[in-house]
Design a protein around this ligand. Structure first.
Ligand code: PXL
Length: 279
């Protein structure tokens, strides 16, 4: 069985970061090891949340894993909260990268044109350096703009604009660059990817649901890395993750609940298992 280590916070309530990565990766049939970077009572879109930083645990945990000769088929990073964490994660990559494994960076920093509480453009520049060490990066348009010093625009985007942005992202050094929430046409959204070595683009579009929920980027990233571990190509994994995420949004929207903080991805896990096991 393959093993992913995912490095991000645990928000106790909020359906994001580790509380979605663990169930999704496990349901897809891959072991999910975790390196929690902080414990929050909720994610940061709530007010009054508690925050216990775990930065001082990263190096000793990594040291123990090295002594135990533990390895990972994928290293998947999400929300990271400080410059020091970015440095420690960069060293973690140096220590645990192999010829075969995949470094998958979701540079979680913002959405809808704004950075989340606590993030700055300076932080985005440093996150861009971490992206340079990755095999695959999956920013949304807000994060892509922040890391490439580009002005944020709302979609739909022209194909030329998306290709240009993907080339800028690939210039950061990642082997493959992806943009999520890449709307190419009114009422549609999707993902677009670029492989600079082959100079090849890939797009997957699907209808946009008229609702926005928190944590959907983490659901997308977890499903994508989970699918890669089950032998899917990047294109297949992106399409699977995008359709799973959009089903999660649709199911939550259809339930009529005004639960803004996260989607009911749990209800769609049986479909995810079917999707990933379809040859
Ligand atoms: O879903 C991304 C995310 C992860 N972790 C924390 C967050 C957010 C987004 O706001 O606040 C703590």
């Amino acid at each position: 069985m393959k093993r992913i280590v995912t490095i991000q916070d645990i928000s106790c309530v909020g359906k994001c970061s580790l509380t979605v990565a663990l169930p999704i990766i496990s349901a897809m049939g891959t072991e999910a090891a975790v390196l929690p970077t902080a414990v929050l009572s909720t994610h940061t879109m709530f007010t009054g949340y508690t925050f216990k930083d775990l930065t001082d645990q990263i190096a000793p945990i990594a040291e123990h894993w090295k002594k135990e000769k533990l390895g990972f088929d994928a290293i998947y990073t999400g929300y990271l909260g400080s410059f020091e964490q970015l440095d420690l994660v960069s060293s973690f990559f140096d220590d645990f990268k192999t010829e075969e494994n995949v470094i998958f960076v979701d540079p979680v920093m913002g959405d809808n044109g704004s950075l989340y509480t606590g993030f700055t453009t300076e932080f985005a520049r440093k996150m861009a350096e971490l992206c340079g060490k990755a095999d695959i990066i999956v920013p949304n348009m807000t994060e892509a703009c922040a890391m490439t010093d580009s002005e944020y625009k709302t979609g739909p985007y022209t194909m030329d604009y998306l290709k240009d942005m993907l080339k800028k992202l690939a210039d950061l050094g990642a082997k493959k660059a992806v943009i999520t929430g890449a709307s190419m046409k009114e009422g549609m959204t999707g993902v677009m990817a670029y492989d600079p070595a082959a100079d090849d683009f890939f797009t997957y579009a699907h209808p946009m649901v008229a609702a926005s929920y928190h944590g959907t980027g983490d659901i997308f990233a977890s499903a994508c890395v989970g699918a890669l571990m089950k032998g899917k190509s990047l294109e297949q994994a992106l399409a699977l993750a995008a359709s799973f995420t959009s089903r999660c949004i649709q199911v939550t929207y259809d339930s009529g609940k005004t639960q803004w903080y996260g989607v009911d991805f749990e209800a769609v896990i049986p479909e995810l298992i079917e999707l990933v096991n379809n040859k």
